[in-house]
Every structure is written in structure tokens, then in C-alpha cells.
Design a protein around this ligand. Structure first.
Ligand code: HEC
Ligand code: HEC
Length: 436
């Protein structure tokens, strides 16, 4: 169940070259009907001559979330040359739920980003990947992921549309052997020819898979939380007394807002930067303290100490996680991880890049101690004088950050049948791999 160390840092140059081979993005106006490419046109009659297409209510609402973000959120950063359309959203939603995108037809994106579990996995500290492998990091939520770039806990991927491609060929995740195999797999599945034709005016390509998944993910916008209604909407009743006291600590003495930022007319509760809170370093030290048993999560929530010698006989201890250092090589970046948004944080346990805390209270207790202090810790991390009541207040504030449309986003995801009712689509790989 332990993953072999994998090269996590994909060579972007090679990846871009591979995408160019498999299916380049259409140059404007060639493959794509321009009318199908603007949200307004996509929400209107279909661009295909003589075949008006009715845009489902759910897709119209999905587009509205992007065009008019709810209270508390800024404009959604979409590529002006490649904005989501109803057709790309429909395609992306279907791909997100489709287990046939993994090599043996068992794993979909939605199994590690579960709609009912805050679009993450609440049950295990780190994600469980291909054939039950334990991944070393926690699944981040897909709620408001449009604002979460650069992507991954270490920010190694700047583009949302390229991120899924990393996952599809990562041997611990969807484990597809190559990008060509992804394109061939999708091309061989019945509904996709038509959905790609509608979305991009051509046959399935890997680049199209990434763009469509990004289009769907960009619709998972959720704001108008009690905090937003209180802070930006002026509704005095929207937040409880403890939550208001928690907000005062958050923006005042506890100093949280220095990293989880709030702007004048919106709040992403993230600074787009990377910090060392001491957590990664202490986990590394614990791991290299060679004698102590390793805590292994055998089932959700069931942690069992297992001797290292036993563990070595059945697998490998997951590699150290050095965070941002792994891509920059700068020693100052060791154990730095991306500041996550705190929106919907009450729904997205467990917390931190390694899922090491199960409750918000545990996270706030960690900050009370100044994180896990060491000489190079981020200077904004310092012990806080908080009594138990103030910890409760901070937790109440964090709980007031849940958006008002979560049920709608879950229903929207589940309106799509899960791909792969009939088992693994085997037999399509050998031919596709050799043909590329
Ligand atoms: C095996 C579980 C697993 C599967 C399957 C999976 N993911 Fe993830 N996802 C993760 C983990 C773990 C991370 C964080 C990895 C890291 O930081 O190195 C992640 C990160 C992401 C991120 C970055 C979010 C952020 O806030 O930076 C996006 C976007 C994403 N996944 C989308 C997808 C899509 C789309 C698919 C399907 C093609 C998918 N994931 C399939 C576990 C999974
Ligand atoms: C120095 C910058 C910094 C300060 C100050 C800070 N945070 Fe964080 N916060 C982070 C980073 C970075 C992470 C992610 C750490 C990781 O993944 O290991 C994080 C993670 C969290 C998480 C977990 C979110 C998740 O989805 O996993 C919560 C909750 C949180 N912070 C709340 C707070 C509160 C409350 C305060 C004030 C008491 C605070 N933070 C102060 C940078 C900061």
C-alpha cells in the first residue's frame, strides 16, 4: 500500500511537446465554431446550423456562477481566449465523474474530490490512489479551485487546464501509461465523440480533456457565506456573536489575516504565497527518527503503529515532503506549502498538506503554539496568547465561511451518471500506445 517514490515534478517542456503531438489547442477560428465559444452564445441556441440545442438549467446556472460570482468573491480568473461554455462544462463534468479515465477503469477524479465530502476526501488523511496506494498528500477541495492557482500544495502547476494531465499519467493516480493512451481511451468511449465535437469542433484530444475539466472546475464557485453577508453585505444578523469575536481575533491579535487575506470588496482568505508553518519539518524529523514505529492508516481513521522493519517488508515508507523546495531547489523553500483558502473549511477536513489535523480546533491549537517552532519558521508564526474561549471563537469564525450553494453544487455533480457501469475498458491500451 506504500507508493514507490515517483518523479512528482513533470518536465513541462516535454509535456507541452507531447500535447502538441497528441492534439494541439485549436488556433482561433479553425476547429472551433466561434459562436460556441462565448458563454453568451453557448447559453443561447446551438451554434450548429439547423440544430438548436437547449442548454439545461444546471449548465446555465453553472455559467452564471462564473459570470456573476456570489457575494465575497472577485471575478473568476478565466482565460479570455478560452472561456468556459455550456458545451465544455457538460463535457468536463462527465469526464470528472468517469472512472474509465484511469488505466483499469476504477478511479475517477470525483473519488478523491468527492462532491458530498467538500469535494475532497474527509475519511483519510492523505489520498488513496491507484490500486490502494497511499499518496503522501491530502486531496485539496475543488470548491473555488478557480482561484487556487498556482495549483498543488507546492504550486508546481500554473495552469488549471494542464493540471488534470499530470493526474491522468501519474502512476499513483489515474496511472494511464501515456498521453496518447488517454486520447485513444477517450476517443473509444461512445458519448465523447459527440461531446468533443460540440465543445471544441473536433475529435477528442488530451488538451481538450484538460480544458473541459478546467471549465467544469471553474463552475464550482461558492460564496455568500454568513461571513460574506455580515462583512460585505452589511447584514448584522448573519454571523453569531462568537464568530464576530473570532473575526476580530483573526484580523487582529491572532494575525491570521496576514496570510489568509481579506481585501476591500472580496476575501479569498489566501495570499497566493508559500509558508513554512513548521509542520513539514517536524514530520520529516519524525520520519527519519529511525526507531519509532510508523503510524499507518489501515482504514479511514484507524491509525496503527507498525514497526519499520515490518513496513519495509511490505512496501516503502513514503518519501519526505519538502514542499516548494522540490521544484525551486532553493533551501529557503524547504517545507513551504501554499496557503489554502479558508472558504468552506468546515467541510474539507482533514487539514494541511498532509491531512495531519482532523478538526478545526486542532488546527487552531497548533497556531496557539506558534506552529511547530524552529529557527527558520515563517516569521509570522509565533505563539499566541489565546484562552479556550478564544479558540472556540476562532473556530466559530472558520465555520461561518461555508458558502450557501454547496447542496446545489453536489446535485449538479451527481446529475451526471458515474462513468464505467460495465467494468474496466481493457484491451484499448496496447494498440493505442504502439500507434503513438
Ligand atoms: C488518487 C486521488 C486523486 C485523484 C484520482 C485525483 N486527484 Fe486531484 N489531487 C489529489 C491530491 C492528493 C492533490 C494534491 C497533490 C499535490 O499537492 O501534490 C490533488 C490536487 C488537485 C488539484 C489542485 C488543487 C489546488 O488547490 O491546488 C486539482 C485542480 C485537481 N487535483 C483536480 C483533479 C482532477 C481534474 C482529477 C481527475 C482527472 C483529479 N484531480 C484526480 C488527489 C487526486
Ligand atoms: C505564516 C502564514 C500563516 C498564518 C499567520 C496563518 N496561516 Fe493558516 N495556513 C497557512 C499555510 C501555509 C497553511 C497550509 C499548511 C500546510 O498545508 O501544511 C495554512 C493552513 C490553515 C488551515 C487548514 C486549511 C486546510 O484546508 O487544510 C486552517 C484552518 C488555517 N490555516 C487557519 C489559520 C488561522 C485560524 C490562523 C490564525 C490563528 C492562521 N491560519 C494563520 C499559513 C498561515
Amino acid at each position: 500500500m506504500w507508493p514507490a517514490p515517483v518523479p512528482w515534478i513533470v518536465n513541462r517542456g516535454l509535456l507541452a511537446a507531447a500535447i502538441a503531438l497528441v492534439g494541439a489547442p485549436p488556433s482561433s477560428g479553425q476547429l472551433v465554431d466561434p459562436a460556441a465559444h462565448t458563454p453568451a452564445a453557448a447559453a443561447g441556441p446551438d451554434a450548429t446550423p439547423g440544430a438548436p440545442r437547449v442548454v439545461a438549467q444546471r449548465d446555465r446556472r453553472a455559467l452564471e456562477r462564473i459570470e456573476q460570482p456570489p457575494l465575497g468573491l472577485p471575478a473568476v480568473p478565466v482565460d479570455p481566449d478560452d472561456p468556459p461554455t455550456a458545451a465544455t462544462i457538460v463535457l468536463g463534468r462527465k469526464l470528472f465523474l468517469d472512472r474509465r479515465l484511469s488505466v483499469n477503469g476504477t478511479l475517477s477524479c470525483a473519488m478523491c474530490h468527492v462532491p458530498e465530502q467538500g469535494f475532497t476526501v474527509n475519511e483519510t488523511r492523505t489520498a488513496v490512489g491507484f490500486e490502494g496506494k497511499t499518496l503522501r498528500r491530502n486531496s485539496p477541495t475543488m470548491l473555488n479551485v478557480a482561484y487556487a492557482g498556482p495549483f498543488f500544495h507546492d504550486g508546481r502547476e500554473p495552469q488549471l487546464a494542464l493540471q488534470p494531465i499530470d493526474v491522468l499519467t501519474n502512476p499513483d493516480e489515474m496511472a494511464m501509461p501515456s498521453l496518447g493512451a488517454v486520447a485513444a481511451r477517450v476517443a473509444g468511449l461512445a458519448p465523447y465523440d459527440e461531446l468533443f465535437e460540440r465543445a471544441f469542433g473536433g475529435p477528442p484530444t488530451v488538451w481538450g480533456v484538460g480544458r473541459a475539466l478546467a471549465a467544469y472546475l471553474q463552475t464550482l464557485i461558492s460564496g455568500n457565506s454568513p461571513f460574506d453577508r455580515w462583512h460585505f453585505g452589511g447584514d448584522r444578523e448573519a454571523m453569531s456573536r462568537p464568530a464576530i469575536r473570532g473575526f476580530e481575533l483573526f484580523t487582529g491579535g491572532a494575525g491570521c489575516v496576514r496570510c489568509h487575506t481579506i481585501a476591500g470588496d472580496h476575501a479569498l482568505l489566501r495570499d497566493g504565497a508559500f509558508h513554512d508553518t513548521g509542520l513539514g519539518r517536524s514530520a520529516s524529523l519524525a520520519r527519519s527518527a529511525s526507531r519509532s514505529p510508523v503510524q499507518v492508516e489501515l482504514a479511514p481513521g484507524l491509525l496503527v503503529p507498525i514497526e519499520r522493519s515490518v513496513l519495509r517488508s511490505v512496501g516503502e515508507i513514503p518519501p519526505n515532503d519538502l514542499g516548494r523546495y522540490e521544484l525551486s531547489g532553493d533551501p529557503g523553500d524547504r517545507w513551504r506549502f501554499k496557503t489554502p483558502s479558508l472558504r468552506n473549511v468546515a467541510l474539507t477536513a482533514p487539514y494541511m498538506h498532509d491531512g495531519s489535523f482532523s478538526t478545526l480546533r486542532e488546527v487552531v491549537e497548533f497556531y496557539r503554539l506558534g506552529g511547530h517552532p524552529h529557527p527558520e519558521i515563517d516569521p509570522m508564526m509565533r505563539p499566541l496568547e489565546l484562552d479556550d474561549g478564544q479558540i472556540d471563537d476562532l473556530v466559530a469564525f472558520l465555520e461561518s465561511l461555508t458558502g450557501d450553494n454547496i447542496d446545489e453544487l453536489i446535485r449538479d455533480a451527481r446529475s451526471e451518471p458515474v462513468g464505467n457501469p460495465d467494468g474496466a475498458p481493457r484491451g484499448d491500451l496496447s494498440s493505442s500506445v504502439s500507434s503513438h
